[in-house]
Design a protein around this ligand. Sequence first.
Ligand code: IVH
Length: 700
Amino acid sequence: MGTPEQVRERAERLRKELEHHNHRYYVLDDPEINDAEYDRLFRELVQLEQEHQELRRPDSPTQRVGAPPLPEFAEVRHRASMLSLSNAFGEDEVRAFDKRVREALDVESVEYAAEPKFDGLAISLSYRKGIFVQGATRGDGATGEDVTPNLRTVRAIPLRLPQAPDTENLEVRGEVIFYKADFAKLNARQREAEEKVFANPRNAAAGSLRLLDSKITARRPLRFFAYGVGISAEAGWKTHSELLDRLNEIGFPVSRERGVVQGVDGLMDFYRSMQAKREKLPYAIDGVVYKVNRLDWQEKLGFVSRAPRFAIAHKYPAEEQATEILRIEIQVGRTGVLTPVARLKPVEVGGVTVTNATLHNEDDLRRKDVWAGDTVMVRRAGDVIPEVVGVRKKGSRRKEERFSMPDKCPVCQSPVVRLPGEAATRCTGGLYCRAQRKQAIIHFVGRRAMDIEGVGEKLVEQLVDRDMVESPADLYWLDEKSLAGLERMAEKSARNVLQSIQRSRSMDLQRFVFSLGIPGVGEEVAKILARHFGSLRSLLAADWPALAAEKETLRKENAKRKRKNEAPHEVPLEGVGPEIMDSIGKFVHEAHNRKVIANLVDPARGVLVRDAATAGAATERGIRSRSGKTFVLTGTLPGMSRDEARALIEARGHKVADSVSRKTDYVVAGQEAGSKLAQARALGVAVLDEDGLKQLLGKR
Ligand code: IVH
């Protein structure tokens, strides 16, 4: 590779880049590239420094782990450094590791402890006399951040251990992580509240743990798994697996997936069986970790500068591949957003053939500097839409081929706009635009919206293209005759379609509101709106600017009250930000939308929208006329026994269930209500006391 000068420059550049990405990753929790790309740069530098000893620097990223702690937290010096692991990317490297280990120990075969490599944040937890006294992040390995108050909020971390010689003075190490499902929910919430959306569960865990306000951390469902100890006195364990068993015994979560295997073949079997389970695991893993099981052997093997010699991380191949962009096209979405999409030379990524990948928006495309003809990295993880991560190799890049956002919608030719402060470019055609109309209807019939089975994308395309359906309301005017002429529409399927349309004619307010596809209104916001307004009529009658102003005033007032240590006022529509309120206001006052909604709830052909119980007074509207609500009883009610309450509820045609879930409509809580009440709060289920229950059921 090139002249000495070029090599020196390349090494310098790599160092700068790695420092930059280190900073983004460790300090800002906001990486620009993924681990696989980082690893590639890192390995290139390691190799350069190995081949050209004179290029080695004590301050090179290869010589240190992570970045310095943020200044806001107190610093903690780790009593024993928190090290990193070397990586192996293939079987050869695992075999080489095993060979090194066997040779250093001078033995034939080695027993290993194998476990998942959690993709979260490493922490250490100090216990004195069995009490949790301090917790810290890894930081740069020698010094971390004191995040004790935040860690105290993590339920998986025991605050007290059984009294025993080995819990007198113990430092446990492990990983704070986010479960995939919790992560998805958190991001949905963040998006709806117009707050920061996290790139991956690792960043969500890191971001949540490093909040200066531990009250916010408490609302984030962080998890913890222990995988080792830093300091321990009076340890009774002889192997790593015994150590994990003991940690588990005294109250720490330890991965159920851990195993003990013999030799390198055992390691490879473990690797493959975890890979098969990987997608189904509740948490993200980026590899597996192998550790020499015998602790006396671990000690004998010791450490090299950055990592232990007795352990290695075996990484899974990244879910990304290189391929060529054939062209860049524009897709128009439900809310009119124009998304540049790369049409790709087909490529297999993580077992699926990918032909399209999103480029998100104009800025993203510019930042990544993507052109048609370039070879790019495409990433696909789980079920998410494949995306272009970055350019691998530039194509011919003739000027006239440079992509630019059109100034007219490619579908309806309406002008497009890009509002200040927004990344999205939008078509102004509204439901005049066929693309938006189609997407609006596809959203409307979706499983989580009106759940109209049998009406899929293909059918919607036909219905719109033939001008049979202009808005979701027109679906309710379809009949067998009109459906008969369509492609792939036998008599029976036509009947099924009409039946499922009929079935959707009674719908609860929350789903109905979500189905309308108001920009910014996802399921969470729809739920809040239904709770607040109770009926479609009052939601449509609301004065949105006035509501927004009221909310702002209350917010300011509450800030004052907080300083004075007074209890805050309840803020209406908590979780619905000003921009969403503005969007709802615009949507419901737009003449076309009002007409569509009016047609949708036309008593003759349309949907009967069932009122919701409002948060405060669940009541006057009553639910007597509606049937099939699910109640859960908890605690002792002052004036009636549990059986009486059950009888009352069932007599009104409702159901009593044993446990709280998303399907629960009401939790009736008496004295000493326990975990069910907490669950209700966590899921946002309405909670009633005895009076509330009686009022609701019309018994007073
Ligand atoms: S053992 C001395 N075990 O990987 C060895 N680390 O690159 C210390 N990690 O900072 C680490 N799962 O954040 C170990 N089962 C596991 C792990 C694990 C994830 C992380 C940890 C560490 C990094 C090392």
